[in-house]
Design a protein around this ligand. Structure first.
Ligand code: HAM
Length: 586
């Protein structure tokens, strides 16, 4: 496989992976909690990255050398701390496993392959995946609540979709290569161009507006920081074919719905709103040539990251703006509110055009929807992607500690850039899976998501493995989540250990005596009452076992029966749907 220019830069560019603050700090993290250590390292690395990029220019050669050496030492300390954390984690896991009576395996000190995934990418172990599934479920629910339809596409895209020549970071961050057909392809860095391509691909059969959403994995070769990785999942919600700002408001409402659904309030998060159209007019009046507007926006987008001084430098050197124009541009960004911007626009001879009206409507309609207090005008928000043409927005944590949580806006000219005969109005947002999890973690709002199944089926002996499978099949036919023990254990205690480990509600012991009488014995792992702890169910009623077991639990808790067909009582025997439910002494 050949390498394109961008792939060459992806594999060799010195992407800063900056070390964290001090090794002693890291060690204490490691000793207390290995997971925290990693997180803190990332945060410290982000801080060091920012500090480094802000002040490097003013350092002497020796100071730069010293800083380099410091960084190297910190990096080595970070690596050592990570390895120590890993060792401690492994020890901890081993202890837990022993306590749970489980078997496992050991790994060499120096295995022949790296066990971590590539830098900036994540493995999702089952524990992590439960959280990811929870998050995705919330994304799906919010999108569906507003009538958006799910779509997807290959992670591999053609590079041409992203080559927009405005100096956007995304173009240089592609994981690109030339495939066997000689085609320049890349792992997609974002989903919007794919959405545009797909909408154009079915242009003849689509009825506008399209309301589509997706949760693609996106790949960008960028500096690793807290909340910024080289792969991330990005919830994308877009509307194609609506010229009115009702579309932007609908999108913002969907994002707010999601925030609320995960317990985030407008005290935690605000959504900054501005308009590229308004900024275009005002900056043109300030002396920015029309053709320079998109590249200027790419530079202005870095304001939070690199500071006003560095932005001004880039406006002069990269965008080639005269000094007085650069100063005026920065003054525009400092406008504190919409009124001030309106006055500034008027003073510069810009009339109250469509852009300003749209911007005002966003705030008005958001009030009508009831989420106006989530929005905040911000003149410095322009977004770093070249294709935006109108209202733009970005969600931030109020404390200002994290990178953007979500960002989007109107991109009315992207589809015509790709071949639409006329301008097709479009807008949308991308919402990453990393920053929101950081925020929830920080607020202590991550959900508790233990492993969970309904029933563990435990064969009494090796020759009961077949009958145990019959029981598992019967239970699963009724919708139960069943974990069948794959080997019979000598001691019943091992089945209890296993059931605890997998978070089971019940154990079904499949033993020769009961089985020969057409019955299975269940133990309810959440019931204390010895009279109700054990329940025998008929083999041919297993598809309704969860109902019977649930009813037994209700009665054990002293609640009245919820089933008219059932006459379980505390004494012992009851009839359910003609089957036998026996609550006996354990
Ligand atoms: P973006 O601002 O580049 O916009 O990304 C949107 C969101 O994706 C960010 O706010 C952040 O949550 C997440 N994100 C981006 N890069 C990373 C990363 N390296 N690691 C973790 N999370 C990340 C777009 O991509 C536009 N295509 C969004 C859009 C959709 N505009 C219109 N429709």
């Amino acid at each position: 496989m050949g390498q394109s220019k961008s792939s060459a830069s992806a594999s060799s560019a010195p992407v800063p992976q900056v070390p964290s603050a001090s090794s002693s700090q890291q060690k204490s993290n490691t000793n207390t909690d290995a997971m925290n250590s990693n997180r803190n390292n990332e945060a410290a690395a982000a801080a060091a990255a920012l500090a480094g990029s802000e002040s490097n220019a003013s350092l002497s050669a020796e100071e730069k050398e010293a800083r380099k050496a410091e960084k190297k030492a910190a990096k080595a300390a970070e690596k050592a701390a990570k390895e120590e954390a890993k060792r401690l984690r492994a020890e901890e896991e081993q202890k837990k496993r022993k306590l749970a009576g489980g078997v496992g395996f050991e790994v060499m000190q120096q295995p022949p392959v790296k066990l971590e995934p590539p830098s900036g990418t994540r493995d999702f172990y089952p524990d992590d995946y439960r959280l990811q599934t929870w998050l995705f479920d919330k994304f799906h629910a919010a999108a569906r609540a507003s009538g958006f339809e799910l779509f997807d596409a290959p992670v591999l895209e053609r590079q041409e979709l992203y080559k927009r020549k405005a100096g956007e970071e995304i173009t240089s961050q592609m994981y690109g290569f030339v495939d066997g057909d000689g085609e320049e392809v890349t792992l997609r860095p974002e989903m919007t161009p794919t959405l545009a391509r797909m909408a154009l691909g079915r242009a003849h059969s689509q009825i506008l507006p399209l309301k589509w959403y997706s949760i693609p994995q996106c790949w960008r070769y960028e500096a690793i920081q807290r909340g910024r990785k080289r792969e991330h999942y990005q919830w994308n919600v877009d509307i194609i074919g609506c010229r009115s700002v009702s579309a932007e408001v609908e999108l913002l409402s969907t994002a707010v719905f999601f925030f609320k659904s995960v317990g985030i309030t407008n005290a935690d998060v605000k959504i900054k709103v501005n308009s590229r159209k308004v900024m275009g007019d005002v900056l043109a009046a300030a002396g920015v040539p029309t053709e320079s507007f998109a590249p200027v926006c790419v530079i202005l987008d870095k304001l939070d990251k690199i500071g006003a001084e560095a932005v001004e430098e880039q406006l002069l050197e990269v965008a080639k703006l005269p000094a007085d124009v650069s100063k005026r541009v920065l003054a525009v960004l400092a406008c504190p509110n919409l009124d001030a911007l309106r006055t500034l626009a008027k003073d510069s001879g810009v009339s109250d055009g469509e852009g300003m009206k749209d911007l005002e409507s966003v705030f008005e309609l958001a009030n009508a929807y009831g989420f106006g207090d989530w929005l905040k005008f911000d003149a410095s928000l322009v977004r770093g992607l070249a294709y935006y043409t109108g209202v733009v927005f970005e969600a931030f944590d109020v404390r200002g500690e994290l990178r953007a949580i979500m960002g989007g806006g109107r991109y009315d000219r992207l589809l015509s850039l790709y071949g639409a005969m006329t301008e097709v109005p479009a807008c949308g947002f991308g919402f990453g899976d990393c920053v929101i999890v950081e925020l929830l973690k920080e607020r202590g709002q991550l959900p508790h998501l233990p492993r969970n199944v309904d029933v563990v089926v435990a064969p009494f002996s090796a020759d009961m493995q077949g009958p145990a499978m019959t029981v598992a099949a019967g239970l699963r036919a009724g919708g139960a989540r069943v974990d069948l023990m794959l080997e019979a254990k000598k001691k019943a205690g091992a089945a209890f250990d296993y059931a605890n480990r997998v978070g089971a509600e019940y154990i079904a012991f499949v033993a020769p005596n009961e089985f020969s009488q057409g019955k299975v014995r269940f133990k309810d792992l959440r019931v204390e009452d010895e009279d109700r702890k054990q329940v025998d169910l008929n083999l041919n009623e297993l598809d309704r076992a969860l109902d019977a077991l649930g009813e037994n639990r209700r009665l054990a808790k002293g609640l009245s029966s919820s089933m008219s067909a059932l006459s379980l009582d505390a004494s012992d025997t009851a009839t359910l749907y003609g089957g036998v439910v026996r609550a006996t002494l354990a």
